[in-house]
Design a protein around this ligand. Structure first.
Ligand code: ADP
Ligand code: MG
Length: 143
């Protein structure tokens, strides 16, 4: 699926749509340059899970932040931006992936093999315009 958003709210709405189609144990891998809108997109996934958007922030030193959704499904927001090369094992992120919650990973390309994930690539078009390429999402079984 390819879509173009014209402002941050539209990217949140795209995240919401993906969030509504997600099920426990699934992983979303986010790709895109700094400032492309990955964290904004995660806010939409959070909205779909009944988590306040203000809880979703850009990581400074925290690599994993956990948020409990209204449905009892936790959201693991993982940001690998500051990951040192080769340090992936030490982060412990593999303990959060494919388990009881939904894992969303920014800078997923910094981890070697993320296995089966829904891939979202965000491309900068202009100041407020972004292209989103979403692959691997099954919307036939939406909640
Ligand atoms: P990333 O996590 O990819 O580094 P952020 O989500 O933190 O990026 O930031 C994206 C920035 O781009 C925000 O300041 C947001 O307001 C701005 N922005 C402008 N237009 C859009 C859009 N269409 N979609 C998402 N973000 C946008
Ligand atoms: Mg970010």
């Amino acid at each position: 699926m390819r879509l173009v958003t014209e402002n941050p709210e539209e990217t949140i709405e795209a995240g919401y749509r993906v969030g509504k189609a997600l099920r426990k144990g699934q992983t979303v891998c986010l790709y895109g340059d700094l400032g492309s809108g990955k964290t904004v997109f995660v806010k939409g996934i959070a909205r779909a899970m009944g988590i306040a958007e203000r809880e979703i922030t850009s990581a400074s030193f925290i690599i994993i932040s956990e948020h409990m959704g209204e449905t009892g499904i936790p959201l693991y927001h993982i940001d690998l931006y500051r990951l040192e090369k080769g340090g992936i094992e030490e982060t412990g992120i593999y303990d959060y992936i494919g388990r009881d919650g939904i894992a969303v990973i920014e800078w997923a390309e910094r981890a070697a093999d993320m296995g089966d994930c829904i891939r979202v690539k965000i491309n900068f078009i202009s100041e407020d315009k972004r292209e989103l390429i979403i692959e691997g999402l099954d919307e036939t079984d939406r909640k």
